[in-house]
Write a protein that binds this ligand. Structure first.
Ligand code: NAI
Ligand code: 13P
Ligand code: ZN
Length: 347
């Protein structure tokens, strides 16, 4: 039996105003002197400035770099700025955290994940989804040393972002079905524990769907903890397989074809409805759960043209050819894609 290394965050700080403690958190982790804060242009105002102030009040020298996308160029730009920083902090949404995560890995620096929204399950995972002109590449990275999730800040984000995070978790259902299929048909490595954790996390969100409401700090806390658990399933598996299957391939394809893509989790949620149908599962219950949460369930709710949905369905299998899913090696024909999207009332 070959050996396996599982990386997980050492600490998770979750609650209102934990961001004010980030300087002390870094010192307790034996991180000193210089820090690099990576943020988005908007999220710097949301939490980046506050992060800098808290670090400086703990005698850190702080440099700031702002990025706008999750491209390899952004990763390299951040990497070049790490220099003497003992720690890199990603303060923002999924793209910001992924860029900071991969840049710090490449520069052999420590990384702290400071999510400003609960919209994706990359806050604690050891993966970074980097975009290129062909789509999205899931790259191995180091898990964050710590996650500092200020639910006071996360709770003030537009509720659409939290609903998107819930949809990203619900998508674990079809991801696991695809993973089991690849295990049976292609003898792909499969982890029962990672799959069980991933499915349990999705079940938790489904069972809480009635109580996840806008403006409730408790809702933000429930979703952050679920996103964290989903990230742990990715850690145990050593890949994004427990949380990323055919529904994610559809979302990554949409990112390429849509004029204005929706949020990652929103697209994955709609993809889950259709892929659950392909798996012969209860797609209507997935749709009802997403409706209860307040996540999109149709092309028009995503703000995406019907043709783009069909185009993304027909090219999804090409996004990551090595990842076998219900889409098979040749994917959907255009006619089958139209039929699927209509049957599930996406278009
Ligand atoms: N590495 C991993 O394991 C995973 C990575 N991902 C990646 O994460 C990305 C999706 O992340 P998202 O956060 O959904 O999208 P995003 O990072 O593209 O955008 C988030 C948006 O929300 C805004 N925002 C963030 N916090 C806010 C706040 N408190 N108030 C107001 N606005 C706020 C940001 O300015 C930005 O416009 C995708 O690239 C996806 O591939 C998703 C899941 C797992
Ligand atoms: O989005 C993810 C899990 O929710 C990561 O998946 P990818 O590996 O498809 O980028
Ligand atoms: Zn996802």
């Amino acid at each position: 039996m070959n050996s396996k290394t599982i990386q997980m965050p050492r600490e998770v700080h979750i609650g209102p105003n934990v961001l004010d403690e980030i300087g002390k958190i870094c010192k307790n982790l034996r991180l000193f002197d210089e820090a690099l804060v990576v943020s988005g242009f908007h999220t710097f105002d949301v939490a980046g400035r506050q992060t800098v102030d808290a670090l400086e009040s703990s005698d850190f020298g702080v440099e700031v770099v702002k990025v706008k996308d999750a491209s390899i160029e952004s990763v390299e730009m951040v990497q070049d700025k790490i220099a003497n920083a003992s720690v890199v902090l990603g303060v923002g949404g999924g793209k910001i955290i992924d860029v900071a995560k991969l840049a710090s890995t490449n520069a052999h620096s420590y990384f702290l994940s400071v999510p400003t929204t609960a919209s994706h399950d990359g806050i604690a995972s050891p993966m970074a989804s980097i975009k290129n002109d062909k789509g999205s590449i899931s790259k191995n990275a180091n898990s964050p040393m710590a996650v500092v999730a200020d639910t006071g800040i996360i709770n003030t984000a537009p509720f659409r972002l939290i609903a998107s995070g819930c949809a990203d978790i619900v998508s674990n259902y079809t991801a696991i079905k695809d993973w089991k299929l690849a295990y049976r048909l292609k003898n792909e490595d499969y982890s029962e524990s990672a799959a069980a954790l991933s499915e349990m996390t999705a079940k938790l969100i489904i069972n809480s769907s009635d109580s996840i409401k806008e403006g409730l700090e408790e809702s933000a806390r429930i979703v952050v903890k679920s996103l964290f658990s989903s990230g742990m399933a990715i850690s145990i598996a050593g890949s994004s397989r427990p949380a990323s299957g055919s529904e994610h391939l559809f979302s990554h394809a949409l990112d390429r074809v849509a004029k204005k893509p929706a949020l990652h989790g929103e697209q994955c949620g709609v993809g889950t409805i259709m892929m659950m149908h392909l798996h012969g599962g209860d797609w209507r219950s997935i749709r009802n759960i997403l409706k209860t949460i307040g996540a999109p369930t149709t092309a028009s709710e995503l703000g995406i043209d019907d043709d783009d949905i069909v185009d993304a369905l027909t090219m999804a299998h090409t996004i990551r050819p090595e990842r076998y899913t219900i889409l098979g090696d040749n994917g959907l024909t255009r006619e089958a894609a139209i039929k699927l999207a209509k049957k599930t009332e996406i278009i």
